[in-house]
Design a protein around this ligand. Structure first.
Ligand SMILES: NC(=O)c1ccc[n+]([C@@H]2O[C@H](COP(=O)([O-])OP(=O)(O)OC[C@H]3O[C@@H](n4cnc5c(N)ncnc54)[C@H](OP(=O)(O)O)[C@@H]3O)[C@@H](O)[C@H]2O)c1
Length: 305
């Protein structure tokens, strides 16, 4: 039995969809935060086991994970490191109590001693999982192409310029490619006690990414860098989100996100989706940049409360 968390979210829903193509639904347990979520209405009918599991309620997690062999912990979206790490610890501890044999954790693809604030909770969780005494696989998911508006300094489609506090390469990956590979890793087994880095096939600097967006939109978008202080001031209305996010850029400048790894292509058994084709889809109306940014801010702040 495979237990999946986060299945109402962007990454988790896509992992579930791919998982349903790999194993029978009766072998899947969806541990859901919001039991009444519309996204889950059809799942029980399909034969997926749907159970209530809240990262803040260890008892619910233990009940949700009972009888499962492999568990995927999708990281808790929050700006509070304390809350995120506590959630992940709760899930790992509950999994051990429930007799889960192998835990998979979705980390992100920053460096091992990252300068980025968003990586801190992942590094603490990775360390906890490595010492938990249970088989595990850490999947360092590459930067979502869908998150390009965040990385381009809270970009909105009407903007004429991108101003960020630093530049460097980002080996972007399509979220659905990451989800498909994650589902294949879990369904296929193996990777015991390994850390897998899933990235796109090449790194683009933020300046190159801006140029690509500019050519797809068919109008000039200027690119420049500013100090962290100026960036935070520029986005003062976003409060803590801007301060937290500013720390991502020294990590980008240090090359933390520019590492290209062949694992994604190997696991998918095909070339990953290119940045250009994904951006064409997103800028063609499929994904509104403003929504991606506001979801990230809302989820992070909701979790921090
Ligand atoms: N690699 C990247 O580039 C990248 C980019 C953005 C984000 N991320 C991180 O990757 C993770 C997944 O991203 P995503 O876009 O799929 O996030 P998302 O759409 O916000 O989904 C998060 C999932 O977590 C669940 N959740 C929230 N609070 C919970 C709780 N207390 N107990 C159990 N489950 C809870 C949500 O369930 P409900 O809907 O029921 O609340 C939802 O299913 C997040 O941690 C996010 O910060 C990575």
């Amino acid at each position: 039995m495979i237990i999946l968390t986060g299945t109402t979210g962007n990454l988790g829903s896509s992992i579930l969809r791919h998982m349903l193509g790999l194993v029978p639904p009766s072998r899947i347990i969806a541990s859901v935060h919001n039991r009444s979520a519309q996204a889950h209405e059809g799942l029980e009918k399909k034969g997926v086991h749907v159970r209530a599991g809240d990262y803040h309620d260890p008892g619910s997690l233990e009940r949700a994970f009972a009888g499962g062999d492999r568990l995927l912990i999708v990281s808790h979206p929050s700006f509070s490191d304390e809350l995120r790490v506590a959630s992940h610890r709760n899930a790992i501890d509950a999994a051990k109590k429930a007799g889960v044999k192998h835990i998979y954790y979705t980390s992100i693809a920053f460096g091992g001693e990252s300068k980025a604030a968003v990586m801190k909770a992942h590094l603490e969780t990775e360390a906890y999982l490595r010492s938990a005494g249970v088989d595990h696989t850490i999947i360092r998911e590459g930067v979502y192409m869908e998150s390009y508006p965040l990385y381009l300094g809270f970009f909105e489609v009407s903007d004429a310029e991108v101003v960020v506090p630093g530049d460097g390469g980002v080996a972007w990956a399509a979220r659905d490619d990451l989800a498909e590979a994650t589902a294949k890793v879990i369904a296929g087994g193996g990777y015991k006690d390994e850390t897998i880095l899933l990235t796109g096939p090449r790194a683009y600097t933020l300046a190159q990414t801006t140029a690509l967006v500019s050519s797809i939109l068919g109008r000039e978008i200027r690119f420049s860098t500013a100090s962290q202080g100026e960036f935070v001031k520029r986005h003062a209305a976003k409060g803590d989100a801007a301060r937290l996010w500013a720390s991502t850029y020294p990590a980008i400048e240090a090359g933390e996100l520019s590492v290209v790894d062949p694992s994604l292509e190997r696991i998918l058994g095909r070339p990953p989706v290119s940045l250009e084709s994904r951006l064409r889809g997103l800028l063609g109306g499929e994904g509104e940049p403003r929504a991606e940014v506001s979801n990230w801010i809302d989820n992070g702040q909701r979790g921090a409360r």
